[in-house]
Design a binder for this molecule. Sequence first.
Ligand code: GLY
Length: 307
Amino acid sequence: MKAIIVHGGAGRVVKNIEETRKGIQIALFNGYKLLTSKNDAVMAVVEAVKTMEDNPIFNCGTGSTLNILGEAEMDASLMFISHIGEEPKFGAVAVIKSVKNPILIAQKILEETDHLLLAGEGALRFARKLGFEPYNPVTEERLKQLEEYKQKGDFGYFSKLSNYLRWETVGAVAIDDKGGIAVATSTGGILGKLPGRVGDTAIIGGGTYVSSFGGASATGHGEGIMKLLLTEYATNLMSGYPATYPFLGEHAPAFHGVYNPDLRWNTPLVAYFLPRLFHFHDSIGFQFCRRWVEGCLGSQTQILNPT
Ligand code: GLY
């Protein structure tokens, strides 16, 4: 059984809702194409996330939100388990600048180093050594957004940014016929962040996690997600409860992109799916996110049937 879920983040999608939907749809199909042709969950999630990194609508890769100095400092991570009971593998990159696809660098860190996470200058040096060309991911749109924030924001570093928060971090979770489960997540972080800030996306168990029980990709306020080790918590809950459980209680206030590999259960809000049916959503806020952005989040779930 093969399946893939793609998310485009929990940020404010007040503009360009159709374009955002379309972007997620394209990412989903690109990932799905590889999942069916190669039967490889890792290839599928990396392709889906790379597709979104190349789409300036999303807060990752080209079009990442900018830090207070106007720089795109990006985080991305990839985790997979080849089948149930195996040791999972993880690779992440943090505060990397001047590259096109952070998720590909996270993949190289996973595959070609003994480390889990490379950050900043060291990560960039590693990327260049592997041939990743210099690239400017800063867009005019994001520069304008930063300018607006600077004019109106009060630099409380997240405490008073509710009108500006954009969490369109992206992610994908897939399972292949071999029993492999993979999760990829990528982000530019939070608008106006301090240089050097690392969000949950680069942190194992924060923004990305896989275990024998399932996989999870988070979006939302990274500092909150990291404190809860949210995706680790979510997948562990799947060992004893249906994946719906954390969403119904007070236990895990913010995450999405969670599913159970046996496909019998899923979350009510996040795309659940049946074989050959694909659901996606482009903006979902759970309890925690809602506290921050109540009233401005959309919540759309769509079902795609590629057959
Ligand atoms: N969840 C993305 C971030 O806080 O960086």
